[in-house]
Design a protein around this ligand. Structure first.
Ligand SMILES: Cc1cc2nc3c(=O)[nH]c(=O)nc-3n(C[C@H](O)[C@H](O)[C@H](O)COP(=O)(O)O)c2cc1C
Length: 242
């Protein structure tokens, strides 16, 4: 059983690599054979009518895989271009029912960790991949995320033992609509970051005030007043940002 981990960052020793490596370690501890791919090692070009496929060596590895881990850095609230060009051109063959999960790392302000993960999951949707829970990561939840990466890697190895193909578009839409984070927008995301900061920010002196803003934002959202909630969600985030 082969689990492939893709490092979408051009920085081979960056945070994406750390997370993908930890996920692969988890898969390996469950008996999977693992392979790590650094996209920067390949000549990956954007899709054009003249150039529609990623390098065949890469396609072959991806077709042989029983499970996928796709890790990408967040650039301007989305996955980076290198990862997107790879997703646009890779030939997975029949991937219906193979498991996979995505990791995004928004290593700056944290913004985009959730928005970007959706891009990977749209790809999974189109390729009929039975996606596990996503792992959106920022500087603020990094240590916890490493543990989660290992956990998800182990789960992936279990799931990779048997393909569970989708039987219809309806089933696929239902499946992907219920995946955590898929229905989150920019407001939900900033609130999630505030939540992470409440746990990890060194600016403890602002914690109480930030918590009251956070609670107010949550309350407004639960009443359907999302637009008003933005003020409080941003206040909580900005107070604790470091
Ligand atoms: C062009 C560019 C845009 C970026 N945009 C964001 C962003 O929107 N949000 C964020 O939190 N970090 C942003 N970053 C920071 C990266 O997410 C961060 O450096 C991350 O650690 C990169 O992953 P790596 O360490 O695997 O290379 C950006 C970096 C670059 C180069």
């Amino acid at each position: 059983m082969l689990v492939v981990g893709v490092v979408g960052s051009p920085r081979k020793d960056g945070l994406t690599n750390k997370l993908v490596s930890e996920a692969l370690a988890g898969a390996q501890s469950m008996g999977a054979t693992i392979k790590k791919i650094y996209l920067i090692d390949y000549e990956i070009e954007p899709w054009t009518p003249e150039h529609t496929k990623a390098p065949e060596e890469l396609n072959k590895i991806m077709r042989e895989a029983d499970g996928y881990i796709i890790g990408a850095p967040v650039y301007y609230l989305d996955i980076n271009g290198l990862t997107k060009d790879f997703l646009d051109t890779v030939d997975l063959g029949n991937s219906n029912g193979k498991p996979g999960f995505g990791i995004t790392i928004a290593g700056g302000t944290g913004k985009g960790l959730v928005l970007a993960i959706k891009s990977i999951y749209y790809f999974f949707f189109c390729k009929n991949i039975r996606a596990l829970e996503p792992l959106p990561v920022s500087r603020f939840n990094f240590e916890k995320a490493l543990k989660k990466a290992n956990e998800l890697g182990r789960k992936l190895a279990e799931e990779a033992k048997m393909k569970k193909p989708f039987k219809s578009l309806e089933e696929r839409i239902r499946y992907f609509s219920s995946i955590k984070y898929m229905n989150m927008d920019m407001v939900d995301e900033i609130l999630l970051l505030a939540e992470q900061l409440l746990k990890s920010s060194p600016k403890q002196e602002y914690k109480e005030e930030a918590m009251s803003y956070y609670k107010r934002a949550k309350e407004l959202i639960s009443k359907g007043e999302k637009n008003k909630a933005i003020t409080y969600a941003v206040k909580a985030y900005e107070l604790l940002y470091y």
